[in-house]
Design a protein around this ligand. Structure first.
Ligand code: ZN
Length: 347
């Protein structure tokens, strides 16, 4: 059994993508024989493994791997969670679907980047308020709540209650669906503002597909999405922001569902100021920001089109880079790798 006791996390300065392309461990100067112990991945692939650095090697990227036991998997997650590990362990390891199914120990995990950056930003309310102002155009001096994957991040009280309306929304909009919609990030000023953020790191936004949904699946076809999320949506009966007559044959399904859930939640909460943000990384944006923005805005009635915003991790870095309290997360963004190269295009 391939195992490792390495507890280190590796950043741009530790890594050499050329070693990786040559089939070796990507940690600079590592001479381990990565073929000596292979690790079975997904029941069918035997992948190279560096026991010194505890890395499973996947072509152009790596995955932290310490072994197959529950404790070893947790250790691998911990190496990718740079901040607020105790909170993560207490609230996200046991009781969510995050663990196992999702790719938390992967170099390119968008969930790990999201958790690291946003939980640190939540330490200073200013950073969250600035982001809210940037995307809604309105300043607030009220407390901002942060939710990740539906759970409130309350580091001070070490609690992670579920977003109050998410179950109601899921019960009404997605009965019988096995994997319900789960907004990555929610920023909420109770009674005042609501922003849902769909975060991407190295992957692109997912598109609708022209195929029928199997039992328990969300709809794939645009027509079926409109039926379920707009026409049959009790929350939007009197306040529908969408223009379904203008929907093209293919849409950004995930972004559309974020708009639906955010609009519906805002209605439930009596909040007028709501918006949805698509947060992406410049280097991996094959589809330009303007294209995504114009395509998503087409789904909305003109008066609501300003509710969708495209944003980048780079812009976020620009906003926080001089905040003394956020030095750690600024350094994290600067040192973060993707495919063993700098992940972000920073000035
Ligand atoms: Zn190595």
């Amino acid at each position: 059994m391939a195992t490792s006791t390495c507890t280190d996390a590796f950043y741009v300065n530790d890594l050499d993508s050329k070693q990786l392309s040559a089939g070796a461990c990507p940690v600079k100067g590592c001479m381990s024989d990565v073929k000596a112990q292979l690790v079975v991945y997904n029941k069918k692939h035997n992948l190279p493994f560096c026991p010194v650095h505890g890395l499973r090697i996947h072509g152009k990227t790596f995955v932290y791997y310490n072994g197959g036991s529950k404790e070893q998997k947790e250790l691998a997650f911990k190496r990718n969670i740079a901040f607020n590990w105790n909170f993560f362990q207490a609230h996200f390891i046991q009781n969510t679907k995050k663990v196992g199914g999702h790719r938390l120990s992967w170099e390119n995990s968008e969930d790990a980047v999201t958790y690291n950056v946003f939980t640190e930003m939540a330490r200073t309310q200013d950073a969250l308020r600035q982001l809210l102002k940037d995307v809604t155009g309105t300043a607030t001096n009220k407390p901002v709540e942060l939710y990740l994957w539906g759970h409130r991040i309350d580091l001070a009280s070490n609690t992670a209650p579920y977003y109050p309306h998410l179950n109601q929304l899921i019960n009404e909009l997605e009965p019988g669906i096995s994997i319900a919609t789960e907004p990555d990030i929610i920023l909420r000023v109770p009674g005042d503002m609501l922003v849902f953020i769909e975060a991407k790191f190295t992957s692109e936004n997912s598109l609708s597909k022209d195929r029928p949904a199997k039992a328990g699946e969300k709809p794939h076809r645009v027509r079926e999405m409109v039926q379920r999320y707009v026409e049959q949506n009790p929350f939007l009966a009197e306040a529908n922001p969408f223009a379904p007559d203008r929907f093209p044959a293919v849409i950004y399904g995930q972004l559309f569902r974020n708009l639906v859930f955010c609009a519906s939640a805002a209605k439930l909460e009596g909040i007028g100021k709501w918006a949805v943000v698509n947060l992406r990384a410049q280097k991996f944006m094959e589809i330009r920001a303007e294209e995504v923005e114009s395509e998503v805005k087409e789904l909305l009635l003109p008066v609501h089109q300003g509710r969708f915003k495209h944003y980048t991790w780079e812009r976020l870095h620009e906003h926080i880079k001089n905040e003394a309290d956020l030095k750690n997360v600024v350094s994290y963004l600067e040192a973060k790798s993707a495919f063993c190269e700098p992940a972000f295009v920073l000035g």
